[in-house]
Design a protein. Structure first.
Lengths: 380, 359, 282
């Protein structure tokens, strides 16, 4: 179904669009991307999207939080556009950022936006969000009830080694009446350079002055030495390690949360800015994003952590794809623009079915124009 | 013991060629094609040395900024961190700029590498030597080739397969069945006390490393046992010595130095082992291991673990820090390799030693 | 008459030694057994027809084989030529120096080679994750073995053959080609087999030079991440589901199967060329 496009800005746009649609008609593909062109009202001549003229493989690597989502999107995208193939891969957000900077892949997946130093060193690297995700905190304490209430301060103290046992009075104070066994707390952290680490430590930094003056936030931080702390590479390995270690506590991206629950891990309720204790779900993540959506900067590097609002979940983030402005050739650039436009469009990739398969939420409508401005900067 | 070298023709020094049937022909009769061929072969023979110099040079030059920044604290400091990479301030020291809060102390990794490899060696040498003794001296010779196969199997198994076995089978088995008992029985020795963990740690890693280096020591021992003169052994038996006494009095002096050299080579292998250690060491950061069951880190494992984190450091010091770890590892392994070869060449010049993995 | 003490001591010592032998045999069985046990449900044709994105191993097997082929092409000729120089042409001191060079190279940990490969080849030369970077890293590790086995093989050939060639007025190269090399070929072939076996089993040098991908390998030398079997074992061992452990075990079993195949090919080549050179001499 081709929606009719009304563009108030002149003949160039119409001619380009006409050429674009002729190209698409010739290739015989479904132009789902044109739906988003309705928002291109400020651009005189947007670069073309649609099936590229030659075979392009889009290599992606990085965040294990966005990876399941890309695995859901890839088959649909690959069949919608015959000349473009999306090839996602895991490896951690740090790897995604590095590979995008080093041009080892076309798109680097990251839950963390670029640090100030990296952004200054790579001014042509775009941070392009395609979805909203969140993070859960899971624990494995046989005998304790599900949905224990934990605050940022408690979590920070667990990861600093100040709370060493699950029957600590501070935990009991937040959870009156809960049976807490005598079991050592085993914090599990990410070993690879990780966007999950970034958003978790951002939460700890926002809630704890001790943590913010100490390890602070980052994809890799100076973790306080805790003698029985365990490490894991990637979200799935966090699940595996926590599953095998009674007493563990781990921060796990919401896209693999279903696997975590199936493996038997328990989910915690995290304290937000208003003092409510929440687990991540569609409503409270959307509430968190709505508060911040109006103030997104044009480079799209924004933290959504600890948003105000009674029902806002505190650990929420943009899922970014790091992409160089200048690609190796125009076919690749077109393929990337096509993918991005398709991915953020509710009739393309961002369907409620795809998003809920990985517990993600769609980008807020206020942010989409800024995202599209960024997309149009990608040229080949 | 005195050993005559056959066909020696002037061989001397630790790196001379084995002297079996070797005699140099005069160079005066080389044709043009011969000289051309020789030049090509010389170029090829220079490639390993050139690669070695290139690798060493590259690692050392990448590592120098961190040595300048941290000085001796690199070897004594326990905290290894790239700093606060999302901060906007930087720290300067000795003319080098690094991220705010960066500290490059490699002591836990050096201790971890040395501890795991030495424990592995202490276990592997008696086991390998004892096993080969049993095979060559005591058991019927028909069993020899059959049982030797197991040594070759161990040598050929890739190190990720060792890690797989350690993570999924051996580690959990040790943690559930062996360690609780061990920590009770040996509780009077401090490192054996305390929490037993889930199987990923120093003792498990050392045990798996021991299994990995057994082939090097075993195959060298087996070769060495063959060089012992039969007449001396038979004489001892004729005098009424038990097989054990024959071994101790006659065989051991012949093979002692060779076993020492093989042990040193096995140690070098354990020092450089990366993948299996990565999978079962638990990767502890910023502190020394608290007991023998707990997680720890090694130089090689940390390089793999932290490389993608290091690359997000825009100042570049992260990569330099890992290069410094690689530099220390390189120096330790090269030194132990050279030591092993010097020991063997000065003792049993004709023995062809295994290199690297010992296959 | 032997004293009781001596007999008991003798018995005790050899019991310990036989125990040690069992300790050597047991892990070999345990590791192979463990791999087979984990891999058993996954061992079917799906492994060869599907890529790692769908629980198969096709791209990993092809990638590993491609890397082996590359190592054979790069390290084989250089190593053999180097070994020939050391055995046939080198003066004593120069030979010792070169020998020191390759034995030290053999001792360098594979992660250091991979690290330098990443810094120099993938980053500084902008090759990205590439087939060529992986081949060069593996060749660096494997070269000492090829040089060494070639050298030892040639030294084992009796000098009478060289003398005979010289007496007949043949040039050095011709004697090498016709008389000295053929008897040495079985040993050289086994050296190459060892080299390939090592390439199959290595991971650390490939982690940051070749990357990983779920696609089948292309023959591009640059900007071409590959899959390889050892990485599948490494990665999947840390993942939570049973299926992933099974794929890891299957990758391990395929690896060991390929190693056995290599050893078999090596032995066959050795036997064939032994027969060939025997027919030449007699």
């Amino acid at each position: 179904m081709r929606p009719k496009i009304a563009r108030p800005t002149g003949i160039r746009a119409v001619v380009l669009l006409a050429l674009g649609s002729v190209l698409l008609a010739a290739c015989g593909t479904t132009p789902a991307t044109h739906h988003s062109a309705a928002h291109h009202s400020t651009h005189a001549s947007a670069p073309p999207t649609g099936n590229p003229s030659s075979q392009v493989t889009l290599n992606e690597a990085g965040s294990t939080l966005i990876y399941p989502y890309l695995q859901v999107l890839a088959p649909e995208f690959n069949s919608a556009f015959s000349n473009a193939t999306l090839a996602p891969g895991p490896g951690g957000s740090g790897l995604g950022i590095n590979d995008a900077i080093g041009k080892l892949v076309q798109m680097g997946g990251s839950d963390a936006y670029l640090s100030p130093a990296l952004a200054a060193a790579n001014p042509t690297l775009l941070n392009i969000p395609i979805a909203i995700s969140s993070q859960a905190v899971n624990y494995n304490v046989p005998g304790a009830p599900d949905f224990l209430k934990l605050s940022g301060t408690l979590l920070a103290q667990m990861y600093e080694g100040k709370i060493t046992n699950w029957n600590d009075p501070k935990i009991a104070a937040l959870n009156p009446g809960a049976t807490l066994p005598n079991l050592a707390v085993v914090p599990v952290r990410r070993l690879d350079s990780s966007g999950d680490t970034f958003i978790f430590t951002s939460y700890l930094t926002a809630t704890n002055s001790a943590w913010s003056s100490g390890p602070n936030e980052g994809t890799t931080v100076t973790w306080p030495p805790v003698s029985n702390e365990l490490t894991a590479n990637g979200n799935p390995a966090m699940i595996e390690t926590c599953h095998g270690t009674p007493g563990c506590i781990a921060y796990i991206g919401v896209s693999v949360e279903d696997t975590a629950i199936e493996t038997g891990l328990q989910e915690a309720k995290i304290e937000n800015k208003s003092g409510s204790f929440l687990t991540p779900d569609q409503t409270d993540v959307t509430a968190a994003v709505a508060a911040a959506a109006g103030s997104t900067p044009s480079d799209l590097r924004q933290s959504l952590i600890y948003s105000p609002g009674t029902n806002s979940y505190p650990i929420v983030n943009f899922e970014y794809l790091m992409i160089q402005e200048h690609q190796s050739d125009s076919a690749t650039a077109q393929a990337i623009r096509t993918f991005l436009d398709w991915a953020i469009s509710p009739t393309g990739g961002a369907t409620s079915g795809n998003l809920s398969a990985v517990n993600f939420v769609a980008l807020p409508t206020l942010v989409i124009p800024k995202v599209e401005t960024a997309i149009n900067k990608i040229t080949g | 013991m005195l050993r005559r070298r056959v066909g020696a023709g002037g061989n001397a020094g630790p790196y001379s060629a084995p002297s079996i049937g070797r005699r140099r022909l005069a160079d005066g009769d080389l044709t043009r094609r011969d000289r051309f061929g020789r030049a090509i072969c010389l170029a090829a023979a220079l490639v390993p040395a050139a690669l070695l110099l290139f690798l060493a040079g590259e690692i050392i030059s990448e590592a120098i900024p961190v040595f300048t920044y941290s000085g001796w604290r690199f070897f004594s400091g326990q905290i290894f961190t790239f700093g606060d990479l999302y901060a906007t301030t930087l720290s300067h020291h000795n003319g080098i700029t690094a991220p705010h809060g960066a500290a490059y102390g490699a002591l836990p990794f050096i201790v971890g590498t040395l501890a795991s490899s030495l424990i592995a060696l202490a276990i592997a040498v008696p086991v390998a030597v004892g096993a080969m003794l049993a095979l060559t001296e005591r058991l019927p010779w028909r069993l020899r080739s059959g049982l030797s196969v197991f040594v070759e199997v161990l040598a050929g198994i890739p190190s990720v397969a060792y890690g797989f076995w350690g993570v999924l089978f051996f580690g959990p088995f040790l943690a559930h069945d062996i360690y609780p008992g061990l920590s009770r029985v040996l509780a009077f020795i401090p490192p054996f006390r305390g929490s037993v963990g889930a199987g990923e740690g120093l003792l498990t890693t050392s045990l798996v490393l021991a299994v990995m280096i057994v082939p090097i020591i075993a195959s060298t021992t087996r070769e060495l046992m063959r060089t012992v003169p039969i007449l001396a052994k038979e004489g001892a038996m004729a005098l009424g010595m038990t097989p054990y006494e024959t071994f101790r009095v006659v065989t051991l002096p012949y093979v002692r130095r060779g076993i020492l050299a093989a042990a040193v080579l096995g140690w070098a292998r354990a020092l450089g082992e990366t993948m299996a250690v990565l999978m079962i060491s638990g990767d502890l950061l910023n502190r020394l291991p608290s007991n023998i069951y707990g997680p720890f880190s090694t130089l090689a494992g940390t390089i793999v673990d932290l490389l993608d984190s290091a690359l997000t450091d825009a100042t570049g010091m992260g990569v330099h820090a890992l290069a410094a770890l690689a530099c220390v590892l390189l120096i330790i392994t090269v030194a132990t390799n050279l030591l092993g070869r010097i020991i063997i060449r000065s003792a049993a010049g004709d023995l062809v030693l295994p290199i690297g993995r010992g296959i | 008459m032997r004293g009781v003490f001596r007999t008991v001591r003798d018995l005790a010592f050899w019991s310990l030694c036989i125990l040690a032998l069992l300790v050597v045999v047991a892990p070999a069985l345990a590791i192979v057994g463990g791999l087979l046990q984990q891999a058993w449900p996954a061992l079917n044709f799906h492994l060869i027809t599907a890529t790692t994105a769908n629980g198969g191993l096709q791209n990993a097997i092809l990638g590993s084989l491609l890397l082996c082929l590359g190592v054979l092409i790069v390290a084989g000729p250089i190593g053999i030529a180097g070994g020939i120089y050391l055995a046939e042409f080198a003066a004593l001191r120069r030979g010792s120096l070169l020998r020191l060079g390759y034995e030290t190279l053999a001792g360098i940990p594979s992660i250091v080679v991979g690290f330098v490969g990443y810094i120099v080849l993938a980053q500084a030369l902008h090759w990205g994750f590439s087939l060529l970077a992986g081949i060069l890293a593996l060749s660096t590790l494997v070269l000492p073995y090829v040089v060494k086995t070639t050298e030892v093989a040639l030294i084992q050939v009796p000098t009478t053959l060289r003398d005979a060639g010289s007496a007949l007025g043949l040039s050095r190269l011709t004697t090498l080609r016709r008389a000295v090399l053929p008897p040495a070929i079985p040993a050289i072939a086994s050296g190459l087999v060892v080299a390939l076996a090592i390439s199959l089993g290595e991971t650390a040098p490939l982690l940051y030079t070749v990357g990983f991908t779920d696609q089948n390998p292309t023959l591009d030398l640059f900007h071409s991440p590959l899959a390889y079997l050892t990485y599948v074992v490494y990665l999947n061992s840390t993942l939570p589901t049973k299926l992933e452990h099974e794929v890891a075990g299957a990758a391990g079993v395929v690896l060991i199967g390929l190693l056995l195949l290599l050893i078999g090919i090596g032995r066959a080549v050795a036997r064939w060329s032994a027969r060939y050179s025997a027919s030449m001499i007699s």
